[in-house]
Design a protein around this ligand. Structure first.
Ligand SMILES: Cc1cc2nc3c(=O)[nH]c(=O)nc-3n(C[C@H](O)[C@H](O)[C@H](O)COP(=O)(O)OP(=O)(O)OC[C@H]3O[C@@H](n4cnc5c(N)ncnc54)[C@H](O)[C@@H]3O)c2cc1C
Length: 506
């Protein structure tokens, strides 16, 4: 149950590097958390470049929810933010969902995939989480961290000075057309799946180490759009059943053909004023993507969800926005094998570059680990910095050695853990459900031979991703052996009966 990381001693000493200029590209969860971690360690000259206009800028198709679990909470604990997180998030120890059928009937159930021993996780919208981290920066760390919004990193170069030292030069463009230049000693790429930092490293490095390695997954290529609904709205046409802000709902559509069936999953929110968002995920050829204008959206949703007063709860503006939005597509699970780059070598070390979060590992949101893995990256970076007195030429390779096997295991887990949940292939989903229940039951009867399914194990934050991956692989091998042994036993029995019959006939 332990990881190498947990055994590292934490050294909290003053470091001569604390005043070195740091640039973080990307003010998403990874970027803001990294800045807070560095400031808390003592670093004083941190700049975040973020192309969006503000931390809580409304991006309709990014208004999904996070569930910050035990992995994500480790860095929040270091930052002293757990109590605040517990106040703004809906705490989720077990997963209770109220299902509302198309005939209006409803029932509340507890999900069978909840591990009762899991650490309580906190559900909140991406927007609320980013606002929370950004307020922490403004209120406590304004002297050490500058966040530049509307500022897009457009170029990263390696330059050679007259002293023959190599340095990093960054160009960022502002909304008004002006540009700013930076020459940091520490550049951190927290700029998501299409990271310009990683792309620059790919160009500088002559190997394929910064190239993303792609892995297939049944959920790759599915399209999604988010439908934004009012904070509190009626869940039935003629009644007073109103959505409660901190409850989880799954609203099932009327179309019975399973591949076409739609459902709206409404995540809970602690804030009674926050709009509710429902993410719709379907294959690219689904009818919902062909809706061209608000009337088509209304007509279609009224047919699919006859239990809901659609025109009352979806504003004309939102219906039009939904119709015209491009939405997004789930990416293939992917990672790149190298996460750091160093310019110069000690004693002439000049700068270090590191990739964190989606910039280095990305996958469809099937397992809800994107933000947690990004926050765990920050936690591990903190450990590596502690181990090295914040000397980057030691800390960055150490970070990579601690994290790379985790990244690989995480991406493999993303491939297999829960990719059929979107009903894109109902038969495969049924097979997946059987496999899930089979593993769960076997792990209860013979826990020393079989482990629970991956999606269950992922809830245990004490297990590292590589430990989970090993358990899953071992269980698969044991299932094959079990299957082979059972087949041999049946064959032996059949042969025995057959030979007894032959003897009797003789
Ligand atoms: C539809 C969907 C649903 C998801 N659901 C979940 C979920 O339920 N649970 C979960 O854990 N994860 C989920 N994820 C994944 C999760 O959003 C990411 O894993 C997480 O946000 C990674 O954080 P990050 O900071 O590394 O990258 P990002 O969140 O992508 O942030 C990158 C930031 O960098 C900025 N940026 C990019 N390029 C530049 C540039 N050149 N200059 C300046 N700024 C730049 C961007 O504006 C952005 O703010 C979901 C993702 C999607 C698409």
């Amino acid at each position: 149950m332990s990881t190498a990381v947990n055994n590292l001693p934490i050294l909290n000493k003053e470091s001569k590097h604390f005043g070195d200029p740091v640039v973080i590209v990307g003010g998403g969860p990874a970027g803001l958390a990294t800045a807070l971690m560095l400031a808390q360690r003592g670093w004083t000259n941190i700049t975040i470049l973020e192309k969006r206009p503000s931390a809580d800028y409304y991006e309709p198709d990014k208004s999904y929810n996070f569930s910050i679990d035990g992995r994500g909470q480790k860095i929040m604990e270091f930052l002293g933010l757990i109590e605040e997180l517990a106040k703004i998030g809906v705490s989720r120890s077990v997963l209770c969902i109220t299902q509302i059928e198309s005939d209006g009937s409803r029932k509340t159930t507890q999900s069978p995939i909840s591990d009762p021993n899991r650490k309580i996780s906190y559900v909140l919208s991406r927007k609320a989480f980013l606002k929370f981290l950004s307020q922490e920066i403004e209120q406590k760390w304004g002297a050490s961290i500058k966040v530049l919004f509307n500022t897009k990193c457009v170029e990263i170069q390696k330059i050679v000075r007259e002293t023959e030292e190599e340095k990093i030069s960054i160009v960022a463009s502002l909304d008004n057309g002006n540009v700013i230049k930076f020459e940091p000693n520490f550049l951190i790429g927290c700029d998501g799946i299409n990271s310009i930092v990683r792309q620059s490293l790919l160009e500088w490095d002559n190997s394929d180490k910064f190239e993303m390695k792609y892995f297939p997954s049944p959920s790759t290529g599915l399209r999604y759009k988010v439908l934004t609904l009012p904070p509190n709205f009626p869940l039935e046409r003629n009644g007073n059943y109103i959505a409660v802000h901190n409850q989880f709902y799954s609203i099932n559509g009327a179309i019975s053909e399973r591949k076409k069936a739609l459902f709206l999953a409404l995540f809970p929110s602690q804030n009674p004023e926050e709009p509710r968002s429902a993410i719709i995920v379907k294959p690219p050829d689904h009818k919902v993507w062909g809706l061209k204008n608000k009337e088509q959206v209304y007509d279609y949703l009224e047919t699919v969800f006859p239990q809901l007063p659609i025109r009352q709860i979806v504003s004309p503006l939102e219906a039009e926005r939904f119709a015209t939005s491009e939405g997004g597509k789930f990416p293939p699970p992917q990672y790149c094998s190298q996460s750091h780059f160093i310019l110069g070598s000690e004693p002439s070390f000049t700068a270090g570059i590191l990739l964190i979060g989606d910039a280095i590992h990305s996958f469809p949101p099937d397992i809800g680990q994107g933000v947690n893995a990004a926050l765990e990256d920050v936690y591990v970076l903190n450990k590596a910095l502690s181990q090295s007195h914040d000397a980057l030429f030691i800390a960055l390779p150490l970070y990579e050695s601690l994290r790379s096997s985790e990244t690989k295991a995480l991406v493999r887990l993303a491939q297999i853990s829960s990719p059929w949940q979107y009903n894109q292939a109902p038969f495969r989903k049924r097979l997946w459900n059987i496999n899930f229940l089979f593993r769960l039951k076997l792990s209860q009867w013979l826990p020393f031979i079989f482990s629970p399914p991956a999606v269950f194990l992922l809830q245990n934050h004490r297990l590292s991703y590589s430990e989970i991956w090993q358990k899953v692989k071992r269980t698969t091998q044991n299932l094959y052996l079990f299957g082979l042994a059972s087949a041999l036993a049946v064959l032996t029995l059949v042969l025995k009966i057959f030979s007894i019959n032959i003897i009797n006939i003789k």
